[in-house]
Design a protein around this ligand. Structure first.
Ligand code: SF4
Ligand code: SF4
Length: 159
């Protein structure tokens, strides 16, 4: 960066605003390989993972799909968890898992669309290994997902 010269010989140093520190590189900076094999395992309750949260717009879209009002849909398919609404479990899996496949795939909520790039799953390599790679056959396979794509998915997962 240059300094201003007003010709008077009394130029003051230019004020340079402080900049944000660069973010430290996350452990997944080289990217993560992932390709869903549609095995349905992540739609099955495992350990502490048994909730499928959907926001109001997502529940409304599903209600329309079933020809129900949102209240009717929520009464039939949802239950309150931690101040939100989760899809009910049936046979130890999401109520919409039928014959090992998602029966509402086109309308699945952001939580499902963004798996396995949820903030808590990518928080560390340990959490990735423990809560994703240990059971998801798509982890470590397929195309390489870059760090910005992973971060964007993690942000969408929180909406
Ligand atoms: S467990 Fe992994 S491979 Fe299986 S459906 Fe879920 S994301 Fe896809
Ligand atoms: S909505 Fe579909 S993709 Fe999401 S957990 Fe249920 S069955 Fe799986």
């Amino acid at each position: 960066m240059s300094r201003r010269d007003d010709g008077g010989g009394s130029a003051e140093p230019e004020r340079v605003p402080l900049r944000r520190k660069p973010r430290p590189e996350p452990w997944y900076a080289p990217g993560l390989r992932f390709e869903c094999t549609a095995c349905g395992k992540c739609c099955t309750n495992h350990g502490e993972f048994s909730c499928v949260f959907a926001n109001r717009e997502e529940r409304e879209a599903l209600a329309r799909h079933f020809g129900l009002t949102r209240n009717e849909f929520e009464a039939r398919y949802c239950e309150p968890v931690d101040g939100g609404l989760s899809f009910r479990s049936q046979d130890d899996a999401c109520v919409f898992l039928k014959d090992g496949k998602c029966s509402v795939y086109a309308l699945r909520p952001a939580q499902c669309r963004t798996f396995p790039f949820w903030p808590e799953l990518i928080a560390s390599e340990d959490s990735w290994q423990r809560d994703v790679a240990s059971f998801c056959p798509g982890a470590g396979k397929g195309p390489l997902h870059g760090v910005e794509e992973i971060r964007a998915a993690a942000r969408r997962a929180q909406l």
